[in-house]
Design a protein around this ligand. Structure first.
Ligand SMILES: *Cc1c(COP(=O)(O)O)cnc(C)c1O
Length: 231
């Protein structure tokens, strides 16, 4: 069941790439496994899926410890500074960096462990009041403030677009974030690479890919609906 879902999502990714004249290998599928049991992850590992996204530090750490073989963990949820230490050497990418305060803590903990941490800056592209993330102006200011942090590598941008019935409604936001990604990339700033554009979820990843996403975060489309009461 999960394998079939995975194959279907990958087919849709390939079709979206074809429509956009892109190579499907440019797009990484992150399977968002929050609230889902380890057995689901194990099944997908068997199908070759190696990138997993989690929103909660405690859940990520538990699954990290229990999984039968190493996979690539992505921190995609809001991260509190006092929890940075717990995940800093467990993730391949932190998608949700949205303040200098948080980046400073990541820098400090990374220095302590003598590692370099890959991060994305989270942008609140639709300016939704209920969502975490930076405005366009704040992104540019933040890049300037943290680009000299020796233990942080800014790899790109991430957004969670609004929940909409029709994914076309989010196309303008994906275009906007892609443009910001290109603009920052063109500045050729030391230690800042715009290689990863993390946007698109179950309801809108195909549109996101058409607009330049290099990483899509799909939960429901692979694992089915989440039951938060059980988690
Ligand atoms: C839960 C979540 C997803 C996956 O959402 P689906 O709609 O289930 O695909 C992607 N990104 C973030 C940041 C999330 O919190």
């Amino acid at each position: 069941m999960l394998k079939e879902n995975l194959i279907k999502v990958k087919e849709h990714i390939a079709e979206a790439c074809r429509r956009a004249g892109r190579n499907p290998e440019e797009v990484t599928l992150v399977a968002v496994s929050k609230t889902k049991p380890l057995s689901d992850i194990e099944e997908l590992i068997g199908a070759g899926q190696m990138d997993y996204g989690e929103n909660y530090v405690q859940e990520l750490c538990q699954k990290y410890d229990q999984v039968s073989r190493p996979v690539r963990w992505h921190m995609i949820g809001h991260l509190q500074t006092n929890k940075v230490r717990n995940i800093i050497d467990k993730t391949v990418l932190i998608h949700s960096v949205d303040s200098v305060h948080l980046a400073s803590r990541i820098e400090k903990e990374a220095a302590r462990k003598d590692i370099k941490v890959d991060i994305l800056l989270q942008v609140n592209v639709a300016g939704e009041e209920t969502k975490f993330g930076l405005s366009d102006e704040q992104v540019t200011a933040m890049v300037d403030e943290i680009r000299h942090f020796p233990h942080i590598h800014i790899c790109g941008l991430m957004t969670s677009a609004p929940y909409v019935e029709d994914p076309e409604e989010n196309r303008c936001y994906f275009q906007k974030l892609h443009q910001l990604f290109v603009d920052i990339g063109r500045k050729n700033i030391d230690n800042v690479d715009m290689n990863v554009l993390s946007m698109g979820m179950t309801s809108d990843y195909e549109v996101a890919i058409e607009e330049g996403a290099t990483m899509v975060r799909v939960g429901t489309g692979i694992f089915g609906a989440r039951n938060y009461n059980r988690a």
